[in-house]
Ligand binder design. Structure first.
Ligand code: AMP
Length: 585
């Protein structure tokens, strides 16, 4: 273990350190966190702070906090930290020293060698500055590799077939896209393009402006000069962005944000994914233009690409995956955490240099896309069965995603929901694996919102639930063995085997066998739902005290139902039954 070479992703927003031990790649965490924010600062006592604490003080004490130093690497400049000036190399060295210490704490031994990643577009001067930063931190930089090279190595270090891979890397403040060729563990960057000032921070800014505008319109207040309120708005905006990567709506609530002319100002509003996607559309378009420039640079067209790899935290934004799928015709890979795969690739490169073996790092992903159908446009024509993917192929399991849908006509009291597995834009060409009906919707105009949540676990159990957004009315089903899908040949072989066994058996019996077994919600859940309805019907006749108790129990039951936690229902069901019995007797 003496010659261990650590892998470091020295990022603009976050940095990570990884190692290979016993063939396994590990990104080292400290205090439960694998990402170290690339922030350096001085605390109240004048001591150097790095990472989360420095990031937390940035908005309040910008004069003694430095962020995004990577942008200045290679420039002959100095940055100020309180009264002293430092070169970009020195600030980067502070981050590297911290990462080195994290690795040493974990390994229980000194570390002196590292592979550090740099963007493919980095000039010689920028690379040289990075090397110097390593030296100042007490690290021999045994190799510097390009970030897309590291990402490709994480995915394909063992692959022997030549592959052309598009690496789409959208972080907090930078965007890069590279076309790489990988063969027998050797990665070559064929072309690269990007924008050094485009990333998730821009998405945050869009949401922040939206919130500021809302406050201006609602309370006629301008919050920009209140740094504490701005810090809370910035945090709330980023959190809303995270939520919108999973859910179609994000509720933003910041109570007592500030006091204005003696009145407390609360921020409370809902942001929909649709509105958010409009805010960031121009940025996404710019990244796709860059994709085409990179393809052109490598003299390729979309169809030459074998794989797309997503790198950088911002690629969790669902519309990015969708747009790439539409443009290139391939489901992007995200088996490896998009924030961590560059550091992992650096560690893999380090292990290769040190002559260590490396196991494959890939984790379980869904091999199929799951979704539903809706009225939409297919080949320019209105079509009632357009496939709407919800859980995409190649995404890590377990996985849970929610999408919003709207009713089609006024007074629509019910919807039929069909769940499909497959990749065809025409849902009818995919495999139908379940269907159910939600009834009792509000009698309102078309556009009543329903959310549909799909949760797929490692055992292939797909939980599907549809909820009327306004009322919470919910219906759910469980689809077992959703990951199983007979290939045609396997199906034929199975048919023949069964026919041989039973001779007289009608092949059509097997042909019509559903691929997946569909089961309604557990009977306990149905019983609990009925009990809730019964309790609610009694609300008019009970004292406030009883009503409060009942509401508490209903809330507990509803959470258990949502989580499909059947055993958790026992106690609240018994209690609610007791109250109802006492009220009715
Ligand atoms: P990186 O530079 O790769 O660490 O990426 C950091 C950026 O990713 C920041 O702008 C984060 O806000 C953004 N990010 C992280 N997680 C998510 C997520 N779940 N959805 C959208 N953006 C995210």
């Amino acid at each position: 273990m003496n010659d261990i070479i650590i892998g470091i992703d020295l990022g603009t927003t976050n940095s990570e350190v990884a190692i290979v031990a016993d063939g396994k790649v590990t990104v080292i965490s400290e205090g439960g966190k694998k990402m170290l924010p690339s922030f350096v600062g001085l605390d109240d006592a004048g001591s150097i702070i790095v990472g989360e604490t420095a990031r937390n003080q940035y908005i309040v004490y910008p004069e003694r906090t430095i962020k995004s130093i990577k942008r200045l690497m290679g420039e002959d400049t100095q940055v100020k930290l309180a009264d002293l000036s430092y070169s970009p190399q020195e600030i980067s060295a502070i981050i590297l020293k911290r990462l080195k210490a994290i690795a040493e704490n974990y390994l229980g031994q000194a570390v002196s060698k590292a592979v550090i990643t740099v963007p493919a577009y980095f000039s010689d001067a920028q690379r040289q500055a990075t090397r110097e930063a390593g030296e100042i931190a007490g690290l021999e930089v045994v190799r510097m590799i390009n970030e897309p090279t590291a990402a490709a190595l994480t995915y394909d270090a063992q692959a022997t077939d030549a592959k052309k891979v598009l690496v789409y890397d959208l972080g907090g403040g930078t965007f890069d896209v590279s076309v790489v060729n990988i063969e027998s563990g050797v990665v070559e960057v064929l072309s690269s393009h990007g924008d050094n000032h485009l990333g998730g921070d821009d998405f945050d800014t869009q949401i922040i402006n939206y919130l500021l505008e809302h406050l201006q319109n609602t309370y006629d207040v301008d919050v920009r000069n209140d740094s504490k309120a701005m810090a809370r708005i910035a945090r709330a905006a980023e959190n809303a962005k995270f939520t919108l990567s999973e859910q179609p709506y994000a509720q933003i609530d910041e109570e007592y944000l500030l006091e204005f002319e003696g009145t407390p100002i609360h921020l409370s509003l809902e942001l929909s994914r649709m509105v958010y996607e409009e805010m960031i559309e121009d940025y996404i378009n710019a990244t796709l233009d860059a994709v085409h420039i990179a393809l052109k640079g490598a003299k390729f067209t979309s169809s030459d690409i074998d794989e797309i790899i997503l790198v950088g935290g911002s690629t969790r934004t669902p519309c990015i995956r969708e747009r790439l799928l539409n443009e290139i015709g391939l489901e992007p890979h995200s088996e490896v955490d998009a924030d961590l795969c560059v550091a992992m690739g650096a560690a893999i490169q380090g292990a290769m240099i040190a002559g260590q073996d490396v196991d494959t790092v890939l984790v379980d992903v869904t091999p199929y896309t799951y979704g539903t159908s809706a009225i939409g446009f297919l080949d320019g024509q209105e079509y009632p069965f357009m496939f709407v993917p919800i859980i995409h192929k190649n995404t890590v399991l377990p996985n849970r995603k929610t999408e919003a849908f709207a009713t089609h006509h006024d007074g629509q009291e019910a919807v039929e929901i069909t769940i499909y597995q497959g990749e065809d834009p025409d849902a009818l060409q995919n495999v139908k694996i379940g269907e159910f009906r939600v009834e009792g919707l509000r009698d309102v105009e078309a556009g009543n919102i329903l959310t549909l949540t799909l949760g797929l676990d490692l055992d292939g159990i797909l939980q599907v639930s549809a909820q009327e957004k306004e009322t919470g009315l919910e219906k759910s089903i469980t689809i077992k063995n959703a990951l199983a899908q007979f290939e045609d040949s396997t199906l034929d072989a199975a048919k023949q085997r069964i026919n041989a066994l039973f001779g007289q058996m009608d092949a059509s019996v097997i042909e019509h066998e559903p691929v997946a077994e569909v089961t309604e919600s557990a009977p306990e859940i149905k019983a609990a739902q009925e009990l809730i309805a019964k309790a609610e019907a009694l609300f008019d006749k009970v004292s406030n005290e009883d009503k409060e108790d009942m509401i508490d129990l209903i809330e507990t039951l509803t959470s258990c139902i949502e989580a499909q936690d059947v055993s958790g229902l026992d106690a609240p069901v018994a209690e609610l039954n007791d109250i109802i019995y006492y009220l009715e007797s």
